[in-house]
Design a protein around this ligand. Structure first.
Ligand code: TEU
Length: 548
């Protein structure tokens, strides 16, 4: 089954659409918007976790893998969602959080009560009267990665929040439990999985302090990771020929991603990697700001395009998700050139080889929340880092300025459906405040305007289905060292495609040989500015040329 001409839409249910006038979205809210998604043309939706959870990390702290969080609805609602989506040619992908569970999970609760069987599902280490954590590793959300349990006189590992305990994949019994979970959902008609931080599941044999880093080098792409993925594949989704999988790979390498996604390795269909989304981290630190390094961005994306292709790997393509700030606010201009830059970013990504992912609201050009008060933030990571940054001596103002750009809440705000109360999300006050610009930026308005970002995405999605060169052509760097244009060429037999994207305001002229032989496949300005062999690119202009 080929999925390479299809596009995935990511839904963060808590913020997508509410049908009960509560503070958060629900599964019926997704059902209600299926026609909207069909109109857009996406053929998969990925739902971030919908399982029972204390929601300390908005569902990534799973308390029960095979049920539905009552806040989102019932199992019956879920079955109806699968059925209704199917009717519209849309398949469902679920988020599988297999690196850790919530500490509310029955397995962890039994471990706490002293049951050895369940202690071995997690990573517990004896205190041995030392009263210091087993290693100095830091949690991804700040602070030490070990939590002490007095009644057991043991520590357990949590690479994320302290209510997210890491699972012990060394234990075959645990692995069997995980297969059961995956098979449960496959039997329900789920056609894809997004595997949360899956490259962190293989922990080292020996636990030691990291004297040069935060510990990640000991557990990222760990020694048994490929073996675990092969076994997971063989025992679950590998038994189907129409199920796709994408692994979220934290701080990974190209070599590993090639292996994760090479079909002959029988691991996963594709991988998310994040190097291109760190080009604005000063000294590789998320909480330290700098302007994005455009040449580095181009080089990273191009290298992954070329190398994955050459070696039989396959990329998932994305700018946005629920952990990232909005791309239009980050790499574009979310004020004067919001329309142009949102479309330009869309073309840059959608003309590449790989499977594009659209994160809810991206298709209407939603912006960062940029809350000006810490009270408005909700994310556990943001709240932790607010304290950490302040304790390092930053002022409240400086700290908020950083959160304005880096907080995961920037993209978790309710989807802006119309210009009514709370952007049409709910009549109740949403769990996370709506961005005030919903009167200007909303789906209803986008649907009425043929020139909107929505219809631009719709066209990109259709082009991928109509032109094999987009899903299958080779990728060649073009204008590699240009300081404001991201250009590349794609080739398939005699066909050729040239994608030109101006990432800045300043007008630029580019020479294209035999320009007259090309047609314009898509562009974000009404008229083009061609003179003989010269293409003039205005602020954030994007043009894709095509030759048979
Ligand atoms: O995210 C993994 C992850 O490490 C990052 O995206 C992280 O949020 C960021 O680097 C911190 O700066 C996944 C999920 O997408 C995320 O929402 C969860 O919080 C996390 O795993 C834990 O399950």
């Amino acid at each position: 089954m080929s999925f390479k001409d299809k596009v995935v839409y990511q839904i963060y249910p808590k913020s997508f659409n509410c049908t009960t006038n509560k503070t958060h979205g629900d599964l019926n809210g997704v059902i209600e918007k299926l026609d909207y998604l069909k109109e857009l043309g996406v053929e998969y939706i990925w739902l971030t976790p919908i399982y029972p959870s204390p929601m300390n990390d908005n569902g990534y702290d799973v308390a029960d893998y095979t049920n539905i969080n009552p806040d989102f609805g019932t199992m019956e609602d879920f079955d109806i969602l699968v059925e209704e989506a199917n009717k519209r040619g849309i398949k469902l992908m679920l988020d599988m959080v297999f690196n850790h569970t919530s500490t509310d999970h029955i397995w962890f609760q039994k471990a706490l009560q002293g049951e050895k069987k369940y202690q071995d599902y997690y990573i517990f280490k004896d205190n041995n009267n030392s009263n210091t954590p087993p290693t100095n590793w830091t949690s991804k959300f700040g602070g030490n990665a070990w939590e002490y349990i007095e009644t057991l006189d043991k520590y357990y590992l949590h690479l994320f929040d302290k209510t997210q305990a890491d699972l012990n994949w060394e234990n075959p019994e645990l692995r069997e439990e995980i297969y059961k979970v995956a098979n449960f959902w496959l039997e329900k008609g789920v056609k894809g999985f997004r595997l949360d931080v899956i490259n962190l599941i293989s922990k080292p044999e020996k636990y030691e302090d990291d004297l040069i880093g935060d510990g990640r080098r000991f557990y990222t792409d760990g020694t048994k990771i490929h073996q675990y993925l092969k076994e997971l594949n063989e025992n679950t989704f590998g038994r189907y020929n129409d199920v796709i999988t994408v692994g979220e790979m934290s701080s990974t390498t190209l070599e590993n991603c090639i292996k994760y996604s090479d079909p002959k390795e029988k691991e996963l269909s594709m991988t998310f990697s994040f190097h291109h989304l760190k080009v604005d981290y000063k000294d590789n630190d998320k909480w330290s700001l700098k302007d994005f390094d455009f040449l580095e961005l181009k080089d990273l994306l191009s290298t992954w395009q070329v190398e994955m292709d050459k070696n039989n790997g396959y990329n998932a393509l994305f700018w946005c998700n629920h952990d990232q700030p909005r791309a239009v606010s980050r790499f574009g201009n979310d004020k004067k050139y919001r329309l142009e830059s949102a479309k330009m970013l869309a073309s840059t990504l959608h003309m590449m080889k790989g499977t594009p992912y659209i994160y809810q609201g991206e298709e209407i050009g939603m912006t960062n929340a940029k809350y000006d008060n810490i009270e408005l933030y909700s994310d556990v990571e943001s709240l932790n880092y607010y304290e950490i940054l302040k304790s390092q001596g930053k002022t409240t103002e400086e700290t908020l300025h950083i959160l304005n750009q880096r907080s995961r809440d920037n993209s978790r705000t309710p989807v802006q459906w119309n210009d009514g109360l709370n952007g049409g999300f709910s009549e109740a006050k949403p769990w996370l405040s709506c961005i005030k610009n919903y009167k200007e930026i909303n789906a209803e308005k986008s649907l009425k305007d043929k020139n909107s970002i929505f219809y631009y995405y719709k066209k990109l999605i259709q082009l991928r289905k109509d032109y094999e060169i987009i899903s299958n052509g080779s990728f060649d760097r073009f204008l590699e060292n240009h300081k404001s244009i991201f250009g590349y060429k794609r080739k398939l037999n005699t066909e050729e495609l040239i994608c030109l994207n101006n990432f800045y305001e300043e007008e630029i002229e580019i020479e294209i040989e035999e320009l007259e032989k090309y047609d314009i496949l898509i562009s974000n300005y009404k008229n083009t500015n061609f003179k003989q062999n010269i293409v003039k690119l205005r602020a954030y202009e994007s043009i894709t040329l095509y030759k048979k």
